[in-house]
Design a protein. Sequence first.
Length: 374
Amino acid sequence: MKDHLRRMKALITKEFVQILRDPSSLMIAFVLPVILLFLYGYGVSLDAKEVKLGVAVQDLGADADSLAADFLASPYFIAHISRDERILEQELMAGRLRGLVVIPEDFSRQVEKGGGLARLQVIADGSETNTANYVQNYAQGVVATWWTMRQREHAVQNPGGPQLVTRIWFNPELESRNSLIPGALAIIMAIIGTLLTSLVVAREWERGTMEALMATPVGIAELIIGKLIPYFILGLLAMLGSVAISVVLFDLPFRGSLPALLLSSGAFLLAALGQGLLISSAAKNQFIAAMVAMITGFLPAFLLSGFIFEIASMPPMVRALTHIIPARYLVTNLQTLFLVGDVWSLLLPNVFILLLLAAVLFFLTARKTVKRLR
């Protein structure tokens, strides 16, 4: 046991010395996140279909049921109808709904009086600013169409109609920056996490030091852990620095806790670093490893994580593919931590999936990293 700890300590010390002597690792960990954060924060500003919407029908009248049926038939919404508003609010909190329309108890009675006093409440999830705007506009369109059709059926003409009262949860100002930057942090961590470790084993092969490591009693698990820990610490420091910049410079709210942030970030970094180690073990060339890391780390994270494009709007095959993209789970967790708080019922399942993905990647890395020259 003492021999294992001594070898581990020596490997970790060696990696830290190499990091300090290699400016590229420090650039990737501390300079690249700042550059990308400024680009996303200042340069990126973002149509949605089949938005998941809850419709709480508190009125038992025919007009309320008719309006709910119109929401159900709308091509813009995947509507979930319920008499219990609390159930739909929980679904909205968990991110499974993007908006909620509440049809109050006196809706049908007010409509019979002319419609001008009828009120509908629309609650939109402001963590997705584009989608929140669509929820408001599409809901207004459904109500306006329903009112026009009702007037035709009853052969009346009344310029008034039900009024929508809108509330935005989590991001009341609908600042796109508040939802974009947490997602951008996940993309940045995907890039640097994969890049940091994609070069380490390939660098050993290029410099000829891998042969020297093979001649030592160091085991495969010790080698992987020894190379993982320094970059894991480096990645966490990069994440904390990026979050600090987001809060201080971009004035983002952060409603979660530090332990929840560290747990989510740590689980994601394990998956990203594991992916980088697997690439590095297979490539044995720093240039090829870096290119593969950028393609497999950045592009899937950018396109399939839900950062820019709604996953629910993707084709079924692509939607299924997103389940193996680690950034998908970090994007959700960071948006929750920044805009909502510590919703553990949402955070913990994502952390568990990230740890599972990391375990698979480390298993593949251990199988690929063998102590022989060919």
